[in-house]
Structures are given as structure tokens and as C-alpha cells.
Design a binder for this molecule. Sequence first.
Ligand SMILES: C[S@@+](CC[C@H](N)C(=O)[O-])C[C@H]1O[C@@H](n2cnc3c(N)ncnc32)[C@H](O)[C@@H]1O
Length: 248
Amino acid sequence: MKNHGTILNHFLTDGFDLKSHLTGFLPIDESNLNNFLENAKMELANLHPGDSSYGNSEFYEQIVGDKHLADLAAWHLTSKEYIANTLRLQQTFSRNLVLDFGGGIGTHALANAMSENVKHVFFVDINQTNRDFVKYRASRLGLENKISFHKSIEDTSIEKFDSIICLDVLEHLNDPGEQLEIFHEIMKSESKAIFNWYFYKGEKNEYPFHIDDEKIVKNFFQILQSKFLELFHPILITTRVYEKVKLD
Ligand SMILES: C[S@@+](CC[C@H](N)C(=O)[O-])C[C@H]1O[C@@H](n2cnc3c(N)ncnc32)[C@H](O)[C@@H]1O
């Protein structure tokens, strides 16, 4: 088990061996990797029709293929400082049984699995390619015994989690408020949840898959502000930490 400083340094050095994992997992060699990463964001946006021809779940489950792996990998490698701050935050709050909902390329799940405060990480992602990639990464990093892989929260068979990580996912769901209700159900009174969101499609529609409907967003904030209590943390990022509001 590594200490938290060593885990952060490993991430800041090479994103937990991310490029070598990509060339090991995908049919792509090192000479084409940088090109693949550079084009990732626009290619993912271009896959989306930009209207409601299909729901976001279908987009992430069936359409994105390995384009989302590339998009997320490019983002984690170019925005290391931002991602590192979210890792610092989860190092402070993650304990025992951790749910990483919409875990993507696994940066947060892998870092949690490396932490001695964490017993087990349940990586949930609707996208099979992402689940297979992070399983591959976990075995390359010797973490396979501390992470399991699931398509949905129900598949984990866990009733209550000690920590929930849900980063850059809520704006991709058709009903993010409903997802908050589910998180509330599976938290204990002392559990911590780490959330962020970005309900914006971007200035040039760079994020056509983000939800920005006023009614849906308002409903999200109504649920958030009635059922969750924010805990202060000193890191200057938009990511927030919550407990359940204790209703008696
Ligand atoms: C923008 S990525 C964020 C990944 C990761 N949390 C991070 O911070 O890099 C959104 C992720 O949510 C997943 N996702 C979308 N809808 C989902 C759903 N209904 N259930 C589980 N995962 C979902 C996608 O497959 C994708 O991996």
C-alpha cells in the first residue's frame, strides 16, 4: 500500500502509466497515440447528434466506443493539476467501501484502491469498454483484488457505501436529480459523497451531451439542497463534499 503523497506523485508523473495502458489495451501504437489523443474531444462531440434523438445512457452504452477513452485520457493528461486536486479531496474523505459512479478511465478508482483507508472500490460504468480498460489497468497496477467492475449500482449488491465519488457524470444523466435520490438511499449517516457537475453545452457546443434543461437543473438543486449537507474543504475547485441531511 502506498502513502497518499506517493500516489499523487505517480498520477502527476504519468497519469498512473496511462499512455502505456492505452497502447497495451487498444490496437494503437505509440506513434499514433498523440494524434488519437489530440483529436479525441471533437471526435466524441461529433458522434452526438446534438438533439434528443437518443438518451444519454444509450450514447454512453452503445455509441461512444473507444472515443470516450481517448477523450478522458487526453483530458486527464492535459489537466493533471485539476484532477490531482480531486484526488487530494478523495484522499481526505474516502473510507472503506467506495462507490465510483461513472468511473471513466479509472483515475479516481485506481487512486482509491491504492489508499490504505479504502477496503474495496466498486467501479460502476455503463460503458463496457471503460470497464474492460480499467480492469486491465487494475491488473497492470496489481490492484485487481481491491476493485470490482459493474454496469450498475444494483450489480454491486452493496446496500450502503461509506464513500461515493461521482465526478463529471451528473451532467451526462437524463435525470441527475433522480441519481441524487439514489445516492441518498445508499449512504449511511456518516458516509461522504464527492460530486461535481457542469450543466452547460459549451460556448461552441463542445459538450452536446451535457444536460442543460432549466427544469431538470432546478430539480437537481432542489434535491441537493434539501437532502445533502455540504462540508467545507479548503481546495479551490468546484468539486463539493456532502453528508446526508439528518432528518428526524
Ligand atoms: C465525463 S465521464 C467522467 C469519468 C470520470 N468520473 C472522470 O472524472 O474522469 C462520464 C462517465 O459516466 C459514464 N456514464 C454515463 N452514464 C452513466 C450511467 N447511467 N451509469 C453509469 N455510468 C454512466 C460514462 O460511460 C463515462 O465513463
